[in-house]
Design a protein around this ligand. Structure first.
Ligand SMILES: NC(=O)C1=CN([C@@H]2O[C@H](COP(=O)(O)OP(=O)(O)OC[C@H]3O[C@@H](n4cnc5c(N)ncnc54)[C@H](O)[C@@H]3O)[C@@H](O)[C@H]2O)C=CC1
Ligand SMILES: O=C(CO)COP(=O)(O)O
Ligand SMILES: [Zn+2]
Length: 355
């Protein structure tokens, strides 16, 4: 992990190899060779994604004379991370591969960080920018904690595999990127009002990435590798913005706090990116920005824009709006010291999130 820095020095941790394209999962051995990794990896995968990509990675490495071990994880919990660490220590693993969606990647990323081992991210879906970032989200009962971790040494994003994932995951990835708009506005606000450290480069990159995705909504379609390519490049670029900032600030503001709050209060939360997208509509309204443009873009992507489309009752949306500012009190946003119940209802109704 990056050691604490003096005020005027900066340490940006970025992936070294990023491989994107049709069939690039077959490059996994070449990537490991390029990084001079050892011969004893642990593949961390999901029960479902094992069949989709975990087994392919295993076979490629085994056929090349490498001796991989495999562990499947169901959820991103501290217990899951501990289990992976135990297996890695038992097997003397010298690097970890996270093969799957957000949960498998986060568990592998955090276990690798704690064991001080290299980590490679092999996403099977482009559902959020955690596939590239230096953060991991760990679920503990009703709470989700976002912790600092090492960035992946490499990202291998096979557009063929990702194009075959349910389209809903890709739309969620787009929404996670579009949320950069309000995240950056919140960051600017904190810079102006609180003199919070701010990076022009990270903010500009993050906003430009959101613009590219929002401008591309008409060409993002199910099962198209060209669409996956647009989204994966945006997720990488958003991850790089977070690396430049050495914080998730460029990609996580009030809309993410709303999503994290929803994870805590909703009986059955929706996908991370979907919730952030709906949060972005409402936070953009609070910023006085063009929330209808965000809403229209999400609609074109067939991403949820309402509580009903998220599958969450209106009352939980309101509860999450009232709770959101407490999620990360040190991160100043447009939510300030919190909304009143009346203001929460107004923003949700005006933006058509609730009826
Ligand atoms: N590290 C970070 O910076 C971030 C982490 N997160 C965390 O990531 C997790 C959510 O990740 P998601 O990817 O949204 O959801 P997820 O990991 O729950 O996966 C959603 C579903 O998609 C399935 N799936 C994945 N690839 C597939 C494929 N190719 N074909 C068929 N099914 C496939 C999985 O089996 C799973 O059932 C949460 O734990 C969240 O807190 C969210 C945002 C950022
Ligand atoms: O989801 C993220 C960026 O899209 C990471 O943000 P958090 O720091 O809120 O976990
Ligand atoms: Zn996110």
């Amino acid at each position: 992990m990056i050691p604490p820095r003096e005020e005027n020095s900066k340490w940006m941790q970025l992936p070294r190899d990023i491989v994107i394209g049709h069939g690039v999962i077959r490059e996994v051995k070449n990537v490991c060779d390029d990084l001079k990794l050892g011969n004893n990896p642990l593949i961390v995968t999901g029960t479902h994604t094992k069949n989709i990509a975990g087994d392919i990675v295993y076979d490629i490495l085994a056929d090349a004379g490498v001796d991989p071990s495999v562990i499947t994880v169901e959820s991103a919990t501290a217990e899951g991370v501990r289990r992976v660490e135990e297996v890695a220590l038992y097997n003397n693993s010298n690097y970890l591969l996270g093969v799957g969606s957000g949960k498998s990647i986060d568990v592998a990323k955090l276990a690798a960080t704690e064991l001080d081992l290299p980590f490679i991210s092999v996403p099977t879906a482009a559902s959020h920018d955690g596939i590239v970032s230096s953060r991991a989200s760990i679920h503990d009962g009703k709470r989700v904690t976002s912790v600092e971790a090492n960035a992946p040494m490499a990202v291998i994003a096979d557009t063929e595999v990702i194009a075959n994932a349910p389209y809903r995951l890709l739309a969620a990835g787009c929404a996670d990127i579009i949320s950069n708009y309000t995240a950056v506005s919140d960051w600017e606000l904190a810079y102006r009002l609180r003199n919070e450290p701010f990076s022009e480069y990270a903010a500009a990159l993050s906003r430009m990435t959101a613009k590219i995705v929002l401008d591309s909504v008409d060409s993002i379609k199910p099962e198209l590798e060209s669409s996956v390519r647009i989204v994966v490049k945006a997720l990488v670029s958003s991850g790089v913005a977070m690396s430049i900032a050495a914080s998730s600030r460029p990609a996580s503001g009030s809309e993410h706090m709303f999503s994290h709050a929803l994870d805590m209060v909703a009986p059955k939360p929706a996908l991370h990116g979907e919730q952030c997208g709906v949060g972005t509509i409402m936070m953009m309204y609070l910023h006085g920005g063009d929330w209808e443009r965000i809403r229209n873009g999400l609609k074109k992507l067939h991403a949820p824009t309402t509580a009903a489309e998220l599958g969450i009752e209106d009352k939980y949306i309101l509860e999450a709006l009232l709770l959101a500012h407490t999620i990360r009190p040190e991160r100043y946003t447009i939510l300030g010291s919190g909304l009143t119940p009346e203001a929460a209802e107004r923003v949700a109704k005006i933006t058509k999130v609730i009826e």
